[in-house]
Ligand binder design. Structure first.
Ligand code: SF4
Length: 469
């Protein structure tokens, strides 16, 4: 929906139409929903493109290589397309904290605000301060406000990390759908050596159980059928002595919520209580994303992961024993600094042993301001990294195909999410294991739970036929 920003201008001609571009993980998607809610309360409205907006907020991610280049490119593109028409541009999210000084000092970007993940409640105040304190500066590549000179004193600058902020009192503005993301904890205390998140999102803190339950009840009232609980280290959730297993059990008592998922757990924080809930609670989906990262113990220690390959495999065995048939997915980094070919073979061996249903596999690349950048040289040649990723991708593709083919003939409950647009005559949903299942369209609509017999499989999705009701 496009809203004429001139209708929404205040007495100084400051338009209130906001466009939010979101990069990265589900936590960022959730945070953008929080920002929408906070700004809507303050009278801002939302548009579908940067071109119609008075304010463009880029909610950024620092996890992947080139993330900052993409964001810089997007900002320059917006300035170019606006052809000098005024627009306030701000960077939110992990880049705001991770690259704060660089962003504020970059004269070509001419950013109006840089706000970190714990300061979103201050956005209305920050936008008002920008409006009140600064005069238009038409000469600066279309930037509406003067160039930033004293970064730390600029009204648009707030990257304070909080020990307490959980946004427990904000109900995010979501689009209607089947699944809702719910952040139950924020931050991370783990300091994996390749990861910037503990520096950009601060220490772990969890929301009260009752507060999460209130949000999920409201989501059920709003028609959502599934919730996915989020946290950088979601299974280290703890509030007033209540752990993550307790939270899952409590949420499962909410009647109209059919499925509960969570992401991403750390393998080192997986107690028996959580394994029990996975095995016994029918609403908690039989699917866990369990990031392995590497299979060699020396490399795992360098990554600061706090487990060995054997400990990881023991966890896999205990989860599968409690929950036969559970789908496991993982993350793998190949070519971590100093990883030899032999050490990489340990990763291959563990991948085969664990037989994950799917894997996100990445070549290592240096992330600025991480421990790995400070202490380790990125010394595995690019060609070697490519060979490793090709090899391991092939292995995983074969495992995924084998696992999916084994489902042919089985009957699976499928929660319908959407019509497959490219064909128009199919719908897709997910089974309990989070695998995509494509079905003939029929009369199904998003949110329906359909019993389907699996008829075909590729490494990445399943096809099925609904059972006659
Ligand atoms: S657990 Fe490790 S990889 Fe995950 S957010 Fe924390 S530091 Fe990053």
């Amino acid at each position: 929906m496009t809203i004429s920003s001139s209708l929404m201008s205040d007495d100084k001609g400051f338009g209130k139409a906001v466009y939010i571009a979101t990069y990265g993980c589900q936590m960022n998607e959730y945070d953008s929903e929080l920002v929408r809610s906070i700004l809507a309360q303050a009278g801002y409205v939302f548009v579908d493109g940067a071109n119609e907006a008075d304010i463009v907020l880029l909610n950024t991610c620092s996890v992947r290589e080139n993330a900052h280049r993409k964001v810089y490119g997007h900002i320059h593109e917006i300035r170019h397309k606006r052809q000098g028409r005024p627009v306030v541009i701000g960077v939110l999210g992990c880049m705001a904290t991770g690259l704060r000084q660089e962003l504020m000092d970059d004269r070509a970007l001419a950013l109006d605000l840089v706000v970190g993940p714990d300061s979103y409640k201050r956005l209305p105040q920050i936008l008002t301060a920008i409006r009140a304190g600064l005069k238009p500066a038409p000469t600066l590549q279309g930037a509406r406000y003067p160039m930033i000179t004293t970064t730390m004193e600029h009204p648009g600058y707030d990257v304070t990390l909080s020990e307490f902020e959980t946004y427990a009192d904000v109900y995010p503005t979501r689009s209607a759908g089947v699944n809702a993301w719910v952040a139950v904890m924020r931050g991370c205390n783990n300091f994996c050596s390749f990861c910037i998140v503990p520096y950009t999102r601060g220490r772990e803190r969890s929301r009260p159980v009752e507060n999460v339950l209130d949000e999920v009840k409201r989501l059920a009232d709003d028609g959502f059928k599934q919730v996915t609980l989020l946290g950088q280290n979601v299974n280290s959730y703890r509030h007033d002595g209540k752990d993550f297993a307790h939270l899952l059990d409590e949420i499962s008592k909410i009647k109209r919520i059919a499925r509960i998922r969570f992401t991403s757990p750390h393998p080192k924080d997986f107690p028996e209580s959580l394994i029990r809930v996975l095995g016994e609670n029918p609403k908690v989906c039989k699917q866990v994303h369990l990031p392995l990262q590497a299979g060699n113990d020396r490399v795992l220690a360098l990554m600061n992961r706090h487990y060995t390959g054997a400990v990881f495999m023991d966890l896999v065995t205990r989860i599968r024993r409690a929950c036969p048939g559970i789908a496991l997915s993982t993350d793998i980094i190949v070519g971590f600094p100093t990883e030899t070919g032999l050490e990489f073979n340990d990763t291959v061996r563990l991948m085969q042993e664990a037989a994950f249903d799917s894997a996100f596999i990445f070549k290592y690349s240096v992330r600025p301001n991480t421990e790995a950048e400070r202490r380790l040289k990125d010394d595995v040649p690019e060609k070697e990294k490519t060979e490793r990723i090709v090899r391991i991708n092939k292995i995983q593709t074969d495992i995924s195909l084998g696992k999916n083919k084994a489902l042919i003939g089985q009957i699976e409950p499928v929660l319908i999410e959407s019509v497959v647009l490219s064909k128009g005559n199919s719908v897709y949903g997910r089974n309990d294991a989070n695998k995509i299942v494509v079905l003939p369209k029929g009369n199904f609509k998003p949110g329906d739970m359909v019993q389907a017999r699996i008829t075909a499989a590729t490494p990445h999705q399943l096809k099925g036929e609904p059972l006659a009701s």
